[in-house]
Write a new protein. Sequence first.
Lengths: 268, 559
Amino acid sequence: MTLRITITKKVEAPIFGEMISPNKLIGMNLSEAKKLDIQIGNKTYKMEQVFSLEESGSEKKLVLIGDISHVRFVGRGMTEGSILVEGKAGPYLGDAMKGGEIIVKGDADSWLGARMLGGTIEIHGNAGNFVGAAYRGSLRGIKNGTIKIHGSCGSWAGLHSRGGLIWIDGDAGLFPGMHMSAGEVYIGGGCGEMPGAEMIGGKIAVAGRLSGSVLPSFSYDKTSKPKIGGVKLDKQFYTFTGDIAQGGSGKLYIGVEANPHLKYLEEL
Amino acid sequence: MIKNGFVYDPANKIDGDQMDIFIEGSKVVDSLHEPEWILDAAGMVVMPGGVDIHAHIAGSKVNSGRAMRPEDHEGHAYPRTSFTRSGTGRSIPTTFITGYLFSQMGYTTVIEAASPPLKSRHTHEELDDTPMIDKAFLTLLGNNWIVARLLRDGSMEEGSAFTAWVLNAVKGYGIKIVNPGGLIAWGWGKNVSSIDDRVPLFDITPREILVGLMMINRILGMPHTIHVHTNNLGRPGNYQTTIETIKAFDPYGSSSPSIHITHCQFNSYAGDSWATIRSGAEEVAREVNSREWLTIDIGQLAFTATTTMTADGPFQYALYELTGAKWLNADVESETSAGIVPVIYRKKNLVNAVQWSIGLELALLVKDPWRVFMTTDHPNAAPLTYYPTVLAWLMSNEYREKTMSGKFNKRAKRRSLLPSIDREYTLQEAAVITRAATARALNLTSKGHLGVGADADVAVYDMNPRETNFSKEHGMVRKAFRRAKYVVKGGDIVVINGEVVKEVYGRTLWVNSLTPQRKELAEQIVASEFEKHYSIRPSNYVVQEDYLKKPMEIRAGEF
């Protein structure tokens, strides 16, 4: 069953939409779904007061229509089925999801795929901070699954990553892959300072321009063409190991072509 | 009036008799002509309100733990209700929630286990903010520089006077000793490893600190014994340190309690490494059984994620090294250290499974329930919400066996003494270890019982002792103790069906042992010593009684 969910209420307070998940809504009687409680700020509403719900098709799929940038936790913990967001998605999309697929045609907000355990997320626009990150204070970032962002994302992508793949076609902000112990982060564009700070394992590849230099607690090895997400990259990258300050042995790759300021490494 | 319940009041030797409890104002009375209210407790268990002798619920380390663990709050939000305020937290709940959770379990008095004197104002502020319970805190003095110097010099009179001054200044209830001497050493990145090591700078031993403070405790006539977290806590082989600590008091033993060893599970490890760790509970329990003057609490571990926090800075550092988790270290000038590390206790982990077994072994091997108390050292070995689970383990061999199945570490199971122990606590014994004995150990004469004149702190649990096989129906035990049917606090009905229906604020108990002579002597010591060791003035150190919301002074020697 495909369920088309269109937002009808204009609100500024956050909407807690953790029940907007195939696991909870697919298979549920439509009239029952309409009567589900949904929290907006400190008030409780019924789903039908906030969204119009309409059944169409036979796929295990939710289609979200309209501006849902205030709706957080969509697809939280989902294990199967798919979610298509026609517009802009809110924070914590796919939080701790274990399986299934989420596609967003517009932008996604912060905490996209935070502590993800499986499944795939594809964002056609940009994403905010903390893509695939651990919850604040926790050490458990993305463990499995794939997050693909066709645009750019904010800072702390892959914070405390333990596995999985975060693929960003555009730019990333500060500290990508900070504290990561495993997994892969690919940034097709440039990124802010300190990629891989305190990482102990995993791989980070930055094809574009790195703002500033690599942390001094990374040791330079050579140039190479790394393999990320099962794909051998067709460019030369400066290859570093670190973060030595943490006894780490993670790999950090910085694109040669976009970073002439690192050319001095080749002469060492 | 609480009508027709099966009453378990061990202090008054009432063991499940069906009877009524009469309450007038905030006290239990022998009869009433016209009760203002009647709670029908037919088919239910009635006990005095629970008295927790050791939990970490307020103060700077607790608050730092809350701040450093936002992930502990996630998913544990408590919305406001018509009767309660909102809050968050699982292993370190915010103040209001802490009070509500205790109350929902039928606890009405809780002792915060460790407050540095210098941080006591903060501790009081949080205790004042914690509803539903009477409370008090124990004051950390086992590594206080001025106390250590006075004990080293053998100045017992001065030591007693200064201790009385500090307790009076901070409005503390008793003397807490954590890793005596070890925390002074931690100021230099060191520790002590036996009770006869010399403490850097002070040329004193942990033994001398322990015995000295026990003597001072007696001289002052404090209601509670010294409350000791031994040296070498949390290290394989430390049961020997625990036994040495106990034996250090043999020359001073008496018919009345002299020392309380706290969270004894953490101090009862045999073996010489983490790989060979095994239980030292049998040896420790043997020593406890042979000494009338010794009490312990178990500090029972549960398999869950929690937050460890203690003044034992070097232990916390060792734990950080072991786990690689977040770590907070603090130094309180001239008084103590502290540390915080989050942990996850897992069934499949050898060390954690052995730790779990040791706590229960201690409770089951110490013969006299009046000298072994149920605690989880909240939140160190488990959050307070696990108290009902611990009681169920103690009351049901079947539940213990069930816990030891499945993912439970096989090596730990082979090393456990539990399969050889059939004992199951009775409901009366459960009442002893959770309220009657703890109240007695704290000398809270109006608590822990339901005799005439007792505080009207009562818990009613929805389980019928005549129809329930606690050994088999451990799920019911957990459920009943987790959400009391009714709780009465100070004469007010505060919980119905496990939900808080009225918010009340209890008293803060503190002990005054400062006589005019001691005051005069202490002020001379303060005048000469304080400037040397502290960055604040003595006048700012003192917490005035009117700073407390509902203080209750207890005169030392008059309880």
